[in-house]
Write a protein that binds this ligand. Structure first.
Ligand SMILES: *Cc1c(COP(=O)(O)O)cnc(C)c1O
Length: 394
């Protein structure tokens, strides 16, 4: 008999501060934690699935139908669906907007799953470059050049362009309006990857002129995995969410109500309900984004006081994901018996986790949702560790 006695999560302890960039925006609200228990059983959302429209987005008890409408409105879009992950939302959009072999133009700081979604959809990728070290700023005007390049090479326009709103490497914020203006001159649809933005900062698709927003519930909406968001304009909804037309050749069975690219229904249980339970909190928290940015700027100022330490990416920071480069902390690792792991050890002693074990030269962290006191505590911990190993604090 198997016994999984290690089903405990070390980093779940409330006294720990977890700085892992992917963890900060997904911490559940109290309401979501309760809902998780309530809806933990299998197809828990499906008790009251309406018989004629048996589809997740039509369920009114719990109020999934209303939630989808509110979600679309919150993002400044017309239609919203919850899928399993941001990457699935990208895959569905890519697949449904393209013909086999088409190009998707993406920014060169896109998440790896963007590339995999393109490959899985049978498409090709064309990248918009960035400036490289140390700012890694995307050259957004070059979306035009890349669209032209695709046009020249294939005599066809790209199926879509994708812009990562805030990238996961440097936490740079991109102006989606620049890209949507360029793409729309060519009538090419714009997909905004808001995995690191929607749910923690205000994002309005209409104002940004985008056609599709994809986001990640477990990353930025205080929801359990797996939850992804696919939000569309009316026009895109027609193209991306057609209902099934297939008929069984022998039985003549058909499934005309089902949204084909969603394979009917998506997240039919607890994760969806956590997203719904946290939604009122999410609506409130995006309004406090300015406070988060102040804390981020304070953190940057303080961490850069450590000898030979700088924050990479565009400054001043417009996001709470921070990429630190520290030649100073790296020099310490060369002489330390634990090598790069000393930094993890020292932080862990101070109840700070989430910096990848072994890293000291380049590491990423996210201070989203920490109180100013907690940010101060983290900064002091870094200063303290640096000083212990003989680095100057300027
Ligand atoms: C985290 C991240 C993803 C992946 O999100 P999932 O919901 O886990 O698929 C995709 N794109 C970007 C830009 C991300 O930061």
């Amino acid at each position: 008999m198997y016994k999984y006695k290690y089903l405990k999560r070390e980093f779940n302890k409330s006294e720990l501060i977890n700085l892992n960039p992917i963890q900060r925006g997904g911490i559940l609200t109290k309401e979501a934690r309760e809902a998780l228990l309530e809806f933990g059983d299998g197809y828990s959302t499906c008790d009251w699935c309406p018989p004629k429209f048996d589809r997740l987005d039509r369920i009114e008890k719990p109020p999934i139908k209303d939630f989808y409408e509110d979600l679309a409105e919150f993002l400044g879009m017309d239609v919203a669906r919850v899928v399993t992950r941001c990457r699935e939302a990208m895959f569905i959009a890519f697949k449904m907007l393209s013909s086999p072999g088409d190009y998707i133009v993406v920014d060169s700081l896109s998440h790896y799953s963007t590339y995999l979604a393109i490959e899985f959809a049978g498409l090709k990728v064309k990248e918009v470059p960035h400036t490289g070290y140390p700012n890694f700023q995307l050259l957004l005007e070059m979306y035009r050049d890349k669209i032209e390049e695709v046009k020249k090479e294939t005599s066809k326009l790209p199926a879509a362009v994708l812009l990562t709103h805030v990238d996961y490497l440097y936490g740079n914020l991109n102006d989606a309006l620049i890209v949507s203006k360029i793409a729309h001159e060519y009538n090419v649809p714009v997909i905004l990857n808001a995995a690191y933005t929607a749910g923690i900062m205000p994002v309005n698709g209409k104002k940004l002129g985008v056609d599709v927003i994809v986001s990640s519930g477990h990353k930025s909406w205080a929801a359990s995995a797996p939850t992804g968001i696919l939000a569309l304009t009316e026009d895109m909804a027609e193209k991306i969410l057609p209902t099934a037309t297939i008929t069984g050749d022998w039985s003549k069975r058909s499934f005309k109500i089902k949204e084909m690219p969603l394979l009917g229904c998506t997240v039919m249980g607890a994760p969806l309900i956590t997203l719904m339970a946290s939604f009122p909190h999410v609506i409130r928290r995006v309004e406090k984004w300015d406070e988060e940015l102040e804390k981020a700027q304070y953190f940057v100022k303080e961490i850069e006081k450590i000898e030979e330490t700088r924050v990479l990416g565009v400054k001043p920071k417009k996001h709470t994901l921070i990429h630190v480069e520290s030649i100073g902390l790296h020099k310490v690792s060369k002489k330390h018996p634990r090598k790069g792991f000393y930094l993890y050890d020292e932080l862990k002693k101070r109840k700070i986790v989430g910096i990848q074990p072994g890293l000291s030269k380049h590491f990423k962290l996210n201070i989203y949702g920490l109180s100013l006191d907690e940010v101060r505590y983290v900064v002091n911990a870094f200063h303290d560790i640096a000083a212990i190993y003989g680095l100057k604090i300027y």
